[in-house]
Design a protein around this ligand. Structure first.
Ligand code: AHR
Length: 491
């Protein structure tokens, strides 16, 4: 028997809803043939955005969307993507598949998408191959409400009112695809670029510096030392590979055994020590914790689906991915005093996607359903809680359970994951001083390699969870192997 103790009197940090953020890059079929089909498509759309996808993303209350990359961001020149579509440049997407980028999805289209989704835009500016002037003018084009050449240009392109843009990234992976810079060099470049990132009117920019990846602590150390005082947040990237080896085959998204499953989970769980390591360094230079951490790329990365373009990073998504998602979100929630945003990679048809499409068909992945199960945690208060449980697997040391408890709007929400591939879990959830007799549950479960495809889009879906015995101040539940459950009680 395992036990989860929840203390409703121990109120911790607010779980920023932006932890449930997303990322969309001009990569493979994320934008084109993904969210954006164009106004003339037979697929139902509004101003070119697929209506079924917009509805699905609104259902999970998508809070923030990062764009246009990724590595693409440091090759993107925003003026190529404005004005009459027929005059926009056709060019090569050098980083991703060397395919034609026709620039039909640009600044206006991205802002339209965010308006339809009701989410905040997070724009990642070009440092690697861009200029200070180019970035400065992009901010002016988007947000200035006065008389200026950029405002005039925006109006000529059909938009009189400025938009609101808060989140602004200064480069992406500048230690790699964004210019192969050293941390000292980037710190200087960052200080230079951010000087000219000015807010106009009440549009105050939240400046995001390019951070590290994995355990590249030297980057965090130098960038914080030299530029920490000029930023609102620093990013971190960490991808989960089953093999943990970027040079070898990463393994199939759908064909794996229990051993590979546990290896994948143990790599995903390293997110906790990676975040902790970077936060310790950040605290050294920012003891007042003014600088937030943004994990703006995370998720699983496998070999592409057989027969698909290797530059498109298209992969299937199983219950293994759902468990990676729920346990990683638990880690972010735990660190929500410092982690202010996270953006899973990526939204549609790329890496650990929410949604896959094939022509007019679309499906919701197991990972999407986890984001649905976790939406009560958005902007909720994290509650003190601790788990007493064993481990799922001796070799990897992967624990049996993972959880988050939060409160909002007179409700307590507990999400709990059974990481075991084979063993169910009997769990007592004790919530002293809360009447648990009205508990309601939802659950996502399946074999570790179960997934949704276009013939069976509802193979893995959320169901109501009834294996709950309600007591006055506790619940007894039986969680099936490989499952994620949400329990809600009025408090
Ligand atoms: O998400 C795919 C790529 O991974 C991004 O473009 C890049 O930032 C990272 O290396």
């Amino acid at each position: 028997m395992s036990r989860l103790n929840v203390n409703i009197h121990e109120k911790k940090s607010t779980i920023n809803k932006n932890i449930y953020g997303h990322f969309s890059e001009h990569l493979g079929r994320c934008i084109y043939d993904g969210i954006f089909v164009g106004e003339n498509s037979e697929i139902p759309n509004k101003k070119g955005m697929r209506s079924d996808i917009v509805e699905a993303l609104k259902n999970i209350k998508i809070p923030v969307l990062r764009w246009p990359g990724g590595c693409f961001a440091d090759e993107y020149h925003w003026k190529d993507g404005i004005g009459p579509v027929e005059h926009r440049k056709n060019m090569v997407n050098t980083h991703w598949g060397k395919v034609v980028e026709d620039n039909s999805f640009g600044t206006h289209e991205f802002m339209e998408l965010c308006e339809q989704l009701g989410c905040e835009p997070y724009i990642n500016g070009n440092v690697g191959s861009g200029t200070v002037q180019e970035m400065q003018e992009w901010v002016e084009y988007l947000t200035f409400d006065g008389i200026s050449p950029m405002t005039k240009l925006r109006e000529e392109n059909g938009r009189k009112e400025p938009w609101k843009v808060k989140y602004w990234g200064v480069g992406n992976e500048n230690w790699g695809c964004g210019g192969n810079m050293t941390p000292d060099y980037y710190a200087g470049v960052y200080r230079h670029f951010q000087t000219y990132l000015r807010g106009f009117g009440d549009n105050v920019l939240y400046k995001i510096a390019c951070g590290s990846h994995q355990k590249f602590f030297e980057w965090t150390e130098k960038v914080m030392e030299l530029a920490g005082q000029y930023m609102n947040a620093l990013t971190l990237h960490y991808y989960t590979l089953p093999t943990n080896d970027w040079t070898a085959s990463k393994g199939s998204a759908t064909q794996f055994d229990n051993d590979m499953y546990y290896k994948t989970l143990s790599h995903a769980l390293k997110m906790d020590e990676i975040i902790t390591g970077h936060l310790q360094i950040m605290s050294k230079y920012d003891p007042e914790h003014k600088v937030g951490m943004i994990v703006d790329e995370w998720g699983t990365w496998y070999d592409v689906e057989p027969g698909t373009n290797p530059g498109y990073l298209y992969q299937q998504n199983t219950m293994r991915d759902a468990i990676v998602a729920s346990t990683t979100l638990d880690i972010f929630n735990k660190h929500s005093d410092r982690v202010v945003m996270a953006n899973i990679a990526q939204l549609i048809n790329v890496l650990q996607a929410m949604i896959l499409t094939e022509g007019e068909k679309m499906l919701l992945t197991p990972t999407y359903h986890v984001f649905d199960l976790y939406k009560n945690h958005h902007d909720a208060t994290l509650l003190g809680h601790w788990l007493e449980c064993g481990i799922s697997d001796e070799d990897s040391g992967v624990p049996h359970l993972s959880s988050t408890a939060s409160t909002k709007d007179n409700q307590v929400t507990i999400t709990i994951t059974n990481l075991s591939a084979t063993e169910s879990a009997d769990v007592t959830i004790a919530i002293p001083d809360v009447d648990c007799t009205n508990a309601k549950g939802r659950i996502l479960t399946g074999s570790i390699d179960s997934f949704n495809d276009f013939d069976n889009p509802d193979n893995v879906v959320i169901e109501s969870f009834n294996d709950i015995k309600c007591k006055p101040d506790s619940l007894n539940i039986k969680l099936p192997a490989c499952s994620v459950a949400e329990l809600v009680v009025d408090a």
